[in-house]
Design a binder for this molecule. Structure first.
Ligand SMILES: Nc1ncnc2c1ncn2[C@@H]1O[C@H](COP(=O)(O)OP(=O)(O)OP(=O)(O)O)[C@@H](O)[C@H]1O
Length: 296
């Protein structure tokens, strides 16, 4: 279990990135969702002991962040900006990381690296220099290094950025298998990344926890707030773009899926529709902002 207790982070040259965050994260896959600048990376960097909190505390399976050495032995971490020395091959790099993680048995190290390369589908490129890798391949190497040593806690910051759809699915399945009996904390701003396999989610926005619970709670948040309406082009032009989820041209005008408390004035055929998870997320982010979909 991870306990995060009244954690705040204020950067010297910036505002409050985390504002009194309290969360309990259970075993399994945990999705950390939030828009750009919400504080996801800051929280992950703190949990990975790369930056200290300004105030507050956290424990990972009972170990305090202040015991940084012990925490580092327990975790695997994939940063958002993953950099590798380009002259190394994938295998050389993974071997180096494995040694740094204290894996002294050469034979075991080799076997684990080979297994991981297969899991992230990098066997063919493993003996080529990293400078010849595509962005997605580098990301997969990053995932492999985070998984080395089967850490109790895996912290992955936007791991699917730059992966093609096939690799995205492969990766989700890999993490789901890995999360049995462990905690995998995955940050993203793509709802689909957490939809199929996260038991628990936490939504951050502007450094604050907006919601912590299971997926159904997030979806529920959109209940009674999602409408399908047919609009003329001029009505559409007056809409607050933030409230429009999707638009489809039809014979009678534009069919729009809209998030708001009330249907639009003058709109034809406004129908309240069941929310998707993404609708719930968007409705949650809009909470506190100006409600209503029209500007006049
Ligand atoms: N080193 C830093 N110095 C100053 N401000 C920072 C620093 N790192 C992050 N911030 C600020 O802290 C806030 C939270 O940033 P953070 O990177 O944690 O958010 P995020 O949710 O990971 O965003 P994204 O999805 O865009 O990666 C932002 O306002 C950001 O500008």
């Amino acid at each position: 279990m991870i306990h995060i207790d009244h954690l705040s982070k204020k950067y010297t040259r910036g505002g409050l990135a985390l504002d009194d965050v309290t969360l309990t994260l259970n075993e399994g896959m945990v999705g950390l969702l939030g828009p750009n600048g919400a504080g996801k990376s800051s929280l992950m960097r703190i949990l990975a002991t790369l930056t200290p909190p300004t105030s507050g505390e956290a424990t990972l399976f009972g170990v305090s962040l202040r015991q940084a050495e012990e925490i580092r032995r327990m975790i695997g971490y994939l940063p958002q900006q993953f950099q590798v020395y380009p002259q190394l091959t994938g295998v050389e790099y993974l071997d180096y990381v494995a040694v740094m993680k204290g894996m002294t048995d050469k034979k075991k190290r080799k076997a684990e690296i080979e297994a991981l390369l297969e899991q992230v589908n990098l066997q063919d490129k493993a003996r080529k220099r990293v400078q010849t890798y595509s962005g997605g391949m580098k990301r997969r190497l990053g995932i492999a290094q985070a998984l080395l040593g089967s850490p109790q806690v895996l912290i992955v910051d936007e791991p699917t950025a730059g992966l093609d759809p096939e690799e995205r699915v492969r990766f989700r399945n890999l993490l789901t298998r890995f999360s049995l009996g462990r905690i995998v904390l995955l940050s993203t701003h793509i709802v689909a990344d957490i939809e199929s396999n996260c038991r628990q989610i936490a939504v951050l926005d502007k450094g604050k926890v907006k919601l912590s619970g299971d997926l159904s709670e997030l979806q529920e948040f959109g209940q009674g707030k999602v409408w399908e309406v047919r609009l003329s082009e001029s009505q559409f032009a007056r809409l607050d773009p933030m409230s429009v989820v999707s638009t489809r041209p039809t014979e009678g005008g534009l069919l729009c899926r809209i998030i708001g408390e009330v249907p639009l004035e003058g709109a034809q055929e406004a129908t309240l529709v069941p929310p998707t998870l993404e609708d719930g997320y968007l409705a949650l982010l809009r909470k506190g902002q100006t409600e209503g979909a029209t500007r006049g």
